[in-house]
Structure formats: structure tokens, C-alpha cells
Design a protein around this ligand. Structure first.
Ligand code: NZQ
Ligand code: ZN
Length: 386
């Protein structure tokens, strides 16, 4: 196992009826900006719950944050915050609203000339300060509620970029699983796939003798496989919703990543599919992961065999046959949730592969747990999904 440091200060308030507790989590003297998305919180009643709970606060609102939140929209919120001297942010929504809120929190106090540098040049423009923020999470998927990451899209240039800083970790996140009751099938399926692939990015690498991290990762995968279909079948199954929600948080709060190598190649490539075609984040991962497993079957061999055996019970045949069966079983799981896994099913033309490959060639980036995925590997992975 590698050396590591781990600190996660996010307070989780979990359970049925916990949204009104937001009043106990925000310091009383704060001027609060509540951020939200396209209006789902008004339809579901979450908006009213938060407004009622915070009726004695100086509370402003900023709505209209889109899925795969736009830099341009975030900068409008930055302007409002500066004008109104807001000093606390409350995200009410899914991962997109929360990611936008994290970026806004950092952009408001950014000292450089262009806040896009936070995303574009993280090495030379690290976040040095951010407004404090909290979250009421309405969609289990990203794990953003318990980490310091955010992913933002620049509409003008079709770029989707991530940054991470402990300074934008929420001070608290309220997770009421009843929020799952109002999610459409597509968002439930996206959330299950996203959480599943978060685990895979931290697990399907190479062995460093960290059996506890492996088994924690496998526990999350198994629970998602059991509970995800229950949530899809009965949206009012509270227990299934609660288990799904906690899996998504545990999948990306840093715990299973300690002391082990990490990949994140599926995410990097998936983000490009969203940037060019607006495909939902979870769906891009369902497309890319099988290609990643196929192309990196040598470097990831031991872990793919372990995953195949422990998660899907695949023990028969040669190593290569077992790897093939494991990839097929993973695809079948995603498809059973209603998530297609090939590029043509999303009407992505072959030219998009050229555009994405060109971007990785230009950047000269090498990534993955072995730092050996280059633009040619990216091209091969995407061609595998045609
Ligand atoms: O915008 P509103 O009207 O609120 O509707 C949303 C949106 O249309 C709706 N929704 C949310 N909660 C609902 C609901 N509808 C009914 N009932 C509810 N309770 O669902 C739609 C999708 O919401 P969104 O926030 O976009 O989804 P998600 O949580 O999957 O977030 C996706 C974003 O997170 C990023 C992705 O790249 C993408 O931009 N990620 C963030 C990560 C992180 N911060 O650690 C890691 C992930 O890998 C991911 O990249
Ligand atoms: Zn993800």
C-alpha cells in the first residue's frame, strides 16, 4: 500500500426529513446565496422546505444553473455575489448545481485576472481562498457532496474541465433519500453508472496489496448492483433509495482511493463526449469504460480477473476469455439500467473521435494509473465503441 494522508471535514446529515436541519448548519450572521438548477426543486417541494427553514436568514437566490454547468452562468453568480456582498453559498440540487457553486465560491475570491485559469491552469492558478458553502443534495451520483472537486463547461469553446481543492469542500451536505422519489429513470440510471465507474477508477488498476480498499470498493459495487435496480423498479422504496444515495457518496469521498493507484481515464475521455455532444455524464462513462477495459486488458489484467470473479462470479476459461466475459457482464449491467454503451446509439459520428483524439494529441497528456494512455490509446478506446 502507498503512503497517504486523508482528511474529510464534510459533515453529512443523512435521512428522511432532514432538509429543515439546514437552519442549524449555516452560521446565523451570514448573507446567503441559494443556488439551484432549472427548477426541479420547485416542483419537488425541496425549494419550499429550504425557504421555510431559512425564513429568518438574509437569503438571495440564483437559479438557472444548467446540467454540466456553464462557466458563463457561474460568472453571472460571481457578479451578483460581489454586488450583494454575499458571504455564504447554499447549493440546492444535483451535482451540477453543487459543482457550479464550488467554482463560484473560488472564482469570487480569485486574485488572478481570469477565473477560467482555476480550471485551465490548475498548477499555476491554485485556489487560495473560497467562500464557505453547504449543500442540500437532490441527486445521488457524483459524490460532489463529500469531496472538493467540480467540473465546469465553457460553452463558448466546448471545453469541460475539472478542478479540485479542499477549500471548496462543503461545510455540510444534507442527504434526504426521499429526493430520489422524484428522479426520472434516466437520472437514477445515470447516477448508478456514475457511482459504479467512480469506484472502478479507483479499483480497476493494479494490485498494491491493499485488500481493505479492494473489498470496500467491491462492497460499493455489489450494493449498487443490488440496490440500483430496486430504485428503478420502485421509486418510493425508501430503503433502496437510502442505500443508493450512501453508495454514491462513499464512491467518491476519497476513502477508497487512499493508498492505491487511480485511473480516471474513463472520466477524462467521457468529459470530451459531453463537451462535444452534451451526452449525460453517466452515459459517457458507460460508453468509455468497456473500451478502456478492452484496450487496457494487459495492464489491468489482475484486477479485471479479480473484479470478474468477485463481482460477477466469472471463474471459467482462459484469462482472456474471463476478461471478455467480464467486459460483457459490465455492459449487460449498464444496459439493464437502460443505458446504451456504444457511440452510434448516441448518434456520435466517427469525426468526433478525430476531434477528441486531436485534443489529446495537442495537450500531449498521458494519463491512467500507469500514465501510459496517450492520444492513440484514446482513439483506439473510442473506435472500440463504434
Ligand atoms: O436542473 P434541475 O431542474 O434541478 O434538474 C436536474 C437536472 O435536469 C434534475 N434533478 C436533480 N435532482 C432532482 C432532479 N429531478 C427530479 N428530482 C430531483 N430530486 O436532474 C438533472 C441532472 O442533474 P445534474 O445535477 O446535472 O446531475 P448529476 O448530479 O449527475 O451531476 C452531473 C455533473 O456532475 C459532474 C458531471 O461532469 C456533470 O457535470 N461530476 C462531478 C463530480 C464531482 N464533483 O466530484 C464527479 C463526477 O465524475 C462528475 O464528473
Ligand atoms: Zn463521474
Amino acid at each position: 500500500m502507498y503512503n497517504f494522508e486523508y482528511k474529510n471535514p464534510v459533515k453529512i446529515v443523512f435521512g428522511k426529513g432532514t432538509i429543515p436541519n439546514v437552519v442549524n448548519e449555516i452560521p446565523k450572521n451570514k448573507k446567503v446565496l441559494m443556488t439551484y438548477g432549472g427548477g426541479s426543486i420547485k416542483r419537488t417541494g425541496v425549494y419550499d422546505q429550504v425557504k421555510t427553514a431559512l425564513k429568518d436568514f438574509d437569503l438571495l437566490e440564483f437559479g438557472g444553473i444548467e446540467p454540466n454547468p456553464h462557466y458563463e452562468t457561474c460568472m453571472q453568480a460571481v457578479e451578483l455575489i460581489r454586488k450583494e456582498k454575499v458571504d455564504y453559498l447554499l447549493s440546492v440540487g444535483g451535482g451540477s448545481v453543487l459543482d457550479a457553486t464550488k467554482f463560484i465560491a473560488a472564482a469570487v475570491l480569485f486574485e488572478g485576472s481570469d477565473p477560467w485559469d482555476i480550471l485551465d491552469k490548475p498548477a499555476t492558478s491554485p485556489v487560495k481562498a473560497a467562500l464557505p458553502l453547504g449543500a442540500v443534495l437532490t441527486l445521488p451520483a457524483t459524490g460532489s457532496e463529500m469531496n472538493g472537486n467540480a467540473v465546469i463547461t465553457r460553452k463558448a469553446t466546448l471545453e469541460k474541465k475539472a478542478f479540485g481543492s479542499a477549500l471548496v469542500m462543503p461545510q455540510f451536505s444534507i442527504l434526504d433519500p426521499e429526493c430520489v422519489f422524484t428522479l426520472p429513470d434516466r437520472q437514477v440510471a445515470n447516477g448508478v453508472v456514475d457511482a459504479f465507474v467512480h469506484v472502478m477508477e479507483q479499483y480497476l488498476t493494479f494490485d498494491v496489496n491493499a485488500p481493505l480498499q479492494d473489498r470496500l470498493a467491491e462492497a460499493i459495487l455489489t450494493t449498487l448492483i443490488e440496490e440500483g435496480p430496486k430504485v428503478l423498479a420502485d421509486r418510493n422504496d425508501y430503503q433502496a433509495a437510502a442505500n443508493f444515495m450512501w453508495c454514491a457518496t462513499m464512491a467518491l469521498n476519497g476513502l477508497i482511493a487512499v493508498g492505491v493507484p487511480q485511473d480516471w481515464g474513463t472520466h477524462l475521455i467521457g468529459h470530451e463526449l459531453t463537451a462535444f455532444h452534451g451526452i449525460d455524464h453517466g452515459r459517457t462513462l458507460a460508453i468509455v469504460l468497456p473500451g478502456m477495459m478492452n484496450l487496457k486488458r494487459a495492464g489491468k489484467k489482475d484486477k479485471i480477473l479479480q473484479y470478474g470473479e468477485r463481482i460477477w462470479g466469472i471463474t471459467e476459461g482462459s484469462d482472456q476469455e474471463r476478461i471478455d466475459a467480464t467486459i460483457a457482464r459490465t455492459i449487460a449491467f449498464f444496459e439493464s439500467l437502460g443505458v446504451p454503451t456504444t457511440l452510434p446509439e448516441y448518434d456520435v459520428p466517427a469525426e468526433t473521435i478525430d476531434k477528441i483524439t486531436f485534443r489529446f494529441k495537442e495537450s500531449g497528456m498521458k494519463f491512467g494509473e500507469q500514465r501510459d494512455i496517450d492520444y492513440q490509446t484514446v482513439e483506439a478506446i473510442l473506435k472500440d465503441r463504434l
